[in-house]
Design a protein around this ligand. Sequence first.
Ligand code: AMP
Ligand code: ZN
Length: 137
Amino acid sequence: MDCLFCKIIAGEVPSHKVYEDEHAYAFLDIYPTSRGHTVVLPKEHITSFLEMSEEKTAELFASVNRIAKKVIAVTEAPGVNIGINNGLVAGQTVPHVHVHIIPRYENDGGGSMHTIVDSNPDREELEQLASVIHSKF
Ligand code: AMP
Ligand code: ZN
């Protein structure tokens, strides 16, 4: 499997590891956007979050929660963004699911999730879209 993150998990590529359990592995991002920027991955190779089962995502996010608390305790950051770039158009560069933990600091110059992309639908479009999505459950 020619996957960078699988190689990191296997110890074939070095990383600044901060956590490991049965299901998850976490290290400091090599190009951190902020101090403490951490990446958490499932040990099992999977490309897309949307291909994961609810059980696997529950395991992954339990680890993310555990790790984020420690990262924030150590960095003393007053805020944090937690998220996934899923798919090429969303900015995913490594095709192995991973969750970014990005500590945020006063006046760090960064934005919120709302700065990723923009749209301006009217109420009718929102209502229509909500009802279609709701009907899928
Ligand atoms: P994404 O762009 O969401 O796919 O995130 C991939 C992340 O992996 C980026 O933030 C990279 O900086 C980070 N990254 C790439 N190679 C390494 C590496 N060898 N060790 C640690 N982080 C890495
Ligand atoms: Zn992989």
